[in-house]
Design a protein around this ligand. Structure first.
Ligand SMILES: [Zn+2]
Length: 95
């Protein structure tokens, strides 16, 4: 059972008032798309296509893919920054 099911309707409505249905869909779709390219594992971000990874502390640097990586041209060049942006939207929903 999720915690959401334990919340009174009024409380759930209050929590969700800061995000529109369109923004909620964008958040879900954005996180889904992110996870299709990147595997977040603790302090490492790994490219699902080439398998190279980057530590969180290196997140200000562009991600280096293998030369023949099929995601290199389409993936976010700074995946940690991308995840941080996604989580800012998530913070609005879960606070
Ligand atoms: Zn790659």
């Amino acid at each position: 059972m999720s915690d959401e099911k334990n919340l009174p309707d009024a409380e759930l409505a209050r929590l969700m008032q800061d995000i529109s249905p369109a923004a909620a869909r964008q958040l879900d779709a954005g996180l889904h798309a992110f996870a299709s390219t990147w595997l977040f594992n603790g302090n490492f971000m790994r490219c699902r296509a080439c398998g190279l990874s980057q530590m969180a502390s290196q997140g200000a640097r562009p991600f280096n893919h293998l030369e023949d990586c099929t995601s290199a041209s389409t993936a976010a060049p700074y995946p940690w920054r991308e995840l941080a942006n996604q989580l800012q939207s998530l913070a609005t929903v879960v606070r």
